[in-house]
Write a protein that binds this ligand. Structure first.
Ligand SMILES: O=c1ccn([C@@H]2O[C@H](COP(=O)(O)OP(=O)(O)O[C@H]3O[C@H](CO)[C@@H](O)[C@H](O)[C@H]3O)[C@@H](O)[C@H]2O)c(=O)[nH]1
Ligand SMILES: O=C(O)[C@H](O)COP(=O)(O)O
Length: 622
């Protein structure tokens, strides 16, 4: 278990607490606290007087004032009562912050203690620029106090979260509690909606045995609420800053900022100066938190329901406002059981009743059953994907069919919908075009649904989407966490603007959805993508062996995209084959080596025939 370590105590006096304090009153106020911290670390205090000379004058002009400060220090109270070595140092600088920084370096300071009486802070400006600056780029650990000098401390509140400032906050709380003969209440507050890792909680438990800790408060509410609730029972709060490096707006972070404004207690802010590696780890942690918040926000703002578009007349009005046409391609491979019903419903509801769709075509991958015949009988144009752009050859697979469909479809918005759906409803199509018609900022919209699964005659309400849950979502969460809020990344019902779709490559097999999502994300950003609740979808559940192949192809696509992002080579030719396990009739198993590889078709807009057909100028050579 990882334990929270407080700082190691050096054996000599080499731990230096730097106390910038020029006036006698400030020295009197702060020195006891600086001495308490130094004593805890077997260290010493260096009192620093900074003489500031205006920029347009030479530093030598500070000579007289330096002499004055020296005399003031000499007259100050007897330092020997503090039981730690105390020295005074005077430095001359053009700027207070520079003076403190330079001295911190020259004196080998481990910690700078800054402070001011509470009555001097206004609600507008909590700190002056020097403190902001030192907190943002600390030359060593920095502790800032907003102090009520009249108060007797009985209890110190120590909110902890296991972050990089926690060990320092513990040290400071202990030293100050010792000095005031006060007790410490450790407060661990977690947001119930974003629980901490169990290891964080476990490591914080070790703080229970820290000296002077008499109370352990665990709260399942946001930190700000928890701290303010405990505030009246405590005289001081020791808080780690959360501000981000280089962020001028947030030198102390939003939590500390709000506590400072709302609490009347003495507030002690601690900022641990991280080593480069610690800082990097912290940045990554922060980025992950930010990303998680981005995904949550996207989820709230970009998740639609097909019911929002049940009023088809209204939806049609949106279509007219945008002045766009819509084409639907239905990919098929042996779908005679369902294709007739699907086309029939679409023609009735989305063409005859309300002309939402301008075109429906069937793109078949070579069915051996009556699929093409049934579609043709409904008056739908039927294409064999192998015959479209045949000069470019033909790969097997659904992705190839979708890529080629871009060539034959006319519309500005292109929709695709699987044809093995057993509980088809027109919302599978109007649901996915709805967000695009409503919001021009969106380029792509994808369906999601509850997924029953069928075993023989029995249907279980949940459990479908095996590749989605066991392969695609874990992979996307790992490597494309921006897409972690997509509920059904593999769903076969989606629509996009032609202008976006013709600019992305297509994988030829079952990798097509995954590649398209990643590529659209990279080109247009998360906020251009939407997902739509299509309620429930029951389809033909495939056996495990074909799903295993599907998962293999999807994994290849993710790795391939990562290769391009990271500019590394991970997939060797041998990774394009998989040993499939088949069960023999005699009960035994056999291994069958199969090549599984989605080919990558270039963006359709790179194909000269397509450009000619759509009246686009030829691309410049090279
Ligand atoms: O060579 C092919 C293979 C399939 N299909 C059609 O594509 C659709 C989906 O194929 P299916 O085999 O039913 O896929 P699922 O097992 O349902 O796989 C899910 O996951 C795949 C991988 O992301 C997606 O392509 C699917 O749309 C999605 O439903 C169906 O209409 C098929 O008829 C073709 O047009 N050509
Ligand atoms: O989307 C998926 O994960 C695959 O199509 C498998 O779906 P199923 O487990 O519902 O058959």
């Amino acid at each position: 278990m990882h334990m929270i370590q407080t700082h190691e105590r050096p054996s000599s006096n080499d731990y230096v607490v730097l106390l910038p304090a020029r006036e006698a009153a400030k020295v009197q106020l702060m020195l006891p606290l600086a001495a308490a911290i130094a004593r805890q670390q077997n260290g010493q205090v260096v009192i620093l007087g900074v003489v500031v000379v205006p920029h347009d004058q030479p530093l030598s002009d500070g000579m007289l004032e330096t002499r004055q400060v020296r005399a003031d220090y000499d007259q100050a109270a007897d330092f020997s009562t503090f039981q730690v070595p105390i020295r005074t140092v005077i430095t001359v600088a053009h700027d207070l912050t520079d003076g403190i920084r330079t001295s911190a370096e020259e004196q080998g300071a481990n910690l700078i203690l800054l402070g001011w009486p509470a009555q001097q802070s206004s609600s507008e400006r909590l700190f002056g620029p020097p403190i902001d600056n030192l907190l943002r780029h600390p030359p060593c650990d920095v502790v800032v106090l907003r102090l009520h000098d009249e108060q007797t401390w009985r209890r110190v509140l120590l909110p902890v979260r296991g972050g990089p400032h926690t060990p320092l906050a513990c040290d400071i709380a202990m030293a100050l509690a010792e000095h005031h003969d006060a007790s410490i209440s450790v407060l661990y507050a977690t947001n119930p909606r974003m629980p901490d890792d169990a290891s964080v909680r476990a490591s914080l438990q070790s703080l229970r045995s820290m000296p002077r800790v008499t109370r352990w408060l665990e709260r399942s509410i946001p930190a700000e609420q928890a701290i303010l609730a405990e505030d009246p029972d405590h005289q001081a709060i020791v808080l780690g800053v959360t501000g981000r490096r280089g962020d001028p707006e947030a030198p102390i972070g939003p939590l500390a900022d709000r506590i400072l404004r709302q609490s009347d207690s003495t507030i002690v802010l601690v900022r641990h100066r991280m080593a480069q590696s610690e800082e990097l780890a912290q940045q990554i942690w922060q980025q992950n938190r930010d990303l998680s918040a981005t995904v949550d926000r996207w989820f709230a703002e970009n998740t639609f329901s097909s019911h929002e578009y049940d009023d088809l007349q209204r939806l049609f009005a949106h279509k007219q406002q945008q002045g766009v046409t819509i084409s639907l391609a239905l990919p098929t491979l042996n779908e005679e059981a369902t294709i007739g019903e699907i086309i029939g419903q679409l023609q009735e509801h989305l063409v005859a009743n309300v002309p939402l769709l301008d075109e429906i075509v069937l793109i078949d991958s070579g069915s051996h059953d009556r699929t093409r015949e049934i579609a043709a009988a409904h008056g739908v144009p039927v294409y064999l994907h192998q015959e479209i752009l045949s000069q470019y050859g033909a790969f097997a697979g659904k992705g190839e069919a979708l890529w080629k469909s871009l060539y034959v479809l006319q519309g500005d918005i292109i929709a695709w919908c699987d044809t093995d759906i057993k509980n088809f409803h027109p919302r599978f199509v109007y649901g996915i075009v709805g967000p695009l018609l409503r919001e021009r900022r969106l380029v792509y919209s994808k369906g999601f649904y509850r997924r029953p699964i069928q075993f023989g005659e029995r249907i279980a309400a949940t459990g479908g989407g095996r590749v989605t849950e066991l392969n695609a979502r874990p992979l996307l969460n790992l490597f494309y966490p921006e897409l972690s809020g997509m509920l059904q990344p593999l769903s076969g019902e989606y629509a996009g603007r032609r202008s976006a779709l013709e600019e992305v490559p297509f994988f030829t097999g079952y990798g097509v959805e995954t590649g398209m999502l990643i590529d659209l994300l990279e080109r247009h950003g998360l906020n251009a993508l939407a997902q739509v609740d299509l309620m429930e979808r029951i389809h033909r559940n495939q056996e495990l062996v074909p799903l295993s192949k599907m998962a293999f192809a999807i994994t290849q696509v993710v790795i391939q995209r990562m290769e391009q992002r990271q500019r590394v080579s991970l997939l060797e030719p041998v990774n394009q084959t998989m040993k499939l396990i088949t069960q023999r009739e005699d009960g035994g198993f056999s291994l069958e080596l199969r090549e599984i590889r989605d080919h990558e078709r270039p963006p359709m807009a790179r194909i000269p025939e397509y450009r000619r057909l759509r009246g686009l100028p030829p691309e410049p050579a090279g």
